[in-house]
Design a protein around this ligand. Structure first.
Ligand SMILES: [Fe+2]
Length: 337
């Protein structure tokens, strides 16, 4: 994917200019003078209510209003939120996992009290959803206007997992509004004193979290919508990771008598080494290995934490000098020591 910076002749509007200055003063590396200045989405706490791994609901599509195929929809103002996942040069990121979870109309979370579904939560509310972005980086959700709960103003929780990464980055968005509870009483906690939104130091980043919701055109049911782009804090190169498979790798003798195997490694992939070191033993067998020329040969599998060349060391000479390295995709590395 290639980014096309704006033409030199495009006038810089005041708002964009302000944003670019704010980004510079905050020390962010801008991709270039002509590139559009984007506000990097701030990372804020995941909070305690992301569903535990064993409790991820079966219904995890991008419609939180309808749970499974139930006829009764969740209570609340139907709300659409959508946008793009971008890198800091504005390139859309394909294959990003976008996750959304938030409180129901009354302010109750799906899993706010225990490992099982919170009985206080609207039984028709899905409470959690996922969306995998396409080549345009776009995502979209249908949900309801989040309810208020003590200590916070109105907000949505987001998780973004970029392709090739194992770690979820979390952020939150709110409503650019004065918040009122269901009785029409002004809520104690507003954006200005909320302990998440008010503590994002960069004004441009803080503003980017507070979305302007507007009525959905041509509807009479009060539905609202907002656009929000998640901007990752770095440039992004789409990984071209293989499926699980194997390589045949030559072993290079090193001092001390071992053989060094250099393999292309990917984040989260797991590697194992096999060889038939002697003609007397024709069966392939796993070879224990070390990650250094002198380290203990104490592992049969290694999960790489980084992308790039990975050196692993084995002791047994392979027939004709070649080893068989099996590799598995992230998450497929269980069951083997
Ligand atoms: Fe929350």
């Amino acid at each position: 994917m290639k980014h096309h910076p704006h033409s030199f002749h495009v006038p810089v509007d005041r708002r964009r200019f302000f944003k670019s200055m704010a980004a510079v003063s905050a020390g962010f590396a801008l991709p270039g003078f002509l590139a559009e200045a984007l506000t990097v989405s701030p990372t804020v706490t995941q909070g305690p209510y992301y569903p535990l791994a064993k409790n991820i609901p079966l219904d995890k599509d991008n419609d939180l209003v309808q749970l499974n195929d139930q006829l009764t929809l969740a209570a609340g103002v139907v709300t659409y939120v959508g946008g793009r996942v971008l890198d800091n040069s504005g390139n859309p990121i394909r294959g990003a996992l976008v996750e959304l979870w938030h409180a129901d109309r009354e302010g109750d979370y799906l899993y706010s009290t225990s490992a099982t579904r919170n009985a206080a939560c609207d039984v028709n509310f899905a409470g959690f959803g996922q969306f995998l972005t396409g080549s345009d980086g776009r995502f979209g959700f249908r949900t309801i206007k989040a309810g208020l709960y003590r200590g916070r103003t109105r907000h949505l929780h987001w998780g973004i997992t970029l392709p090739g990464e194992l770690k979820r980055t979390t952020t939150q968005t709110g409503w650019n509004e004065v918040a009122y509870d269901l009785n029409g009483i002004q809520w104690d906690t507003q954006n200005s004193n909320d302990n998440i939104f008010s503590t994002v130091a960069n004004a441009s980043q803080r503003a980017s979290m507070l979305l302007d919701f507007t009525p959905v055109p041509a509807t009479t049911t009060g539905e609202q919508e907002a656009t929000w782009d998640y901007v990752a804090g770095r440039t992004f190169t789409e990984p071209t990771y293989p499926n699980g498979g194997s390589l045949v790798v030559g072993g290079v003798p090193v001092d001390g008598g071992r053989f060094k195997l250099t393999i292309p490694a990917y984040v989260g992939y797991s590697y194992e080494v096999y060889a038939n070191p002697t003609l007397a033993d024709l069966g392939w067998r796993a070879l224990p290995f070390a990650l250094s020329a002198t380290g203990v040969l104490d592992r049969n599998i290694h999960t790489s934490a980084a992308e790039g060349a990975l050196d692993i060391y084995v002791e047994d000479p392979a027939e004709k000098g070649f080893y068989y390295v099996g590799y598995r995709v992230p998450g497929a590395n269980i069951g083997t020591p």
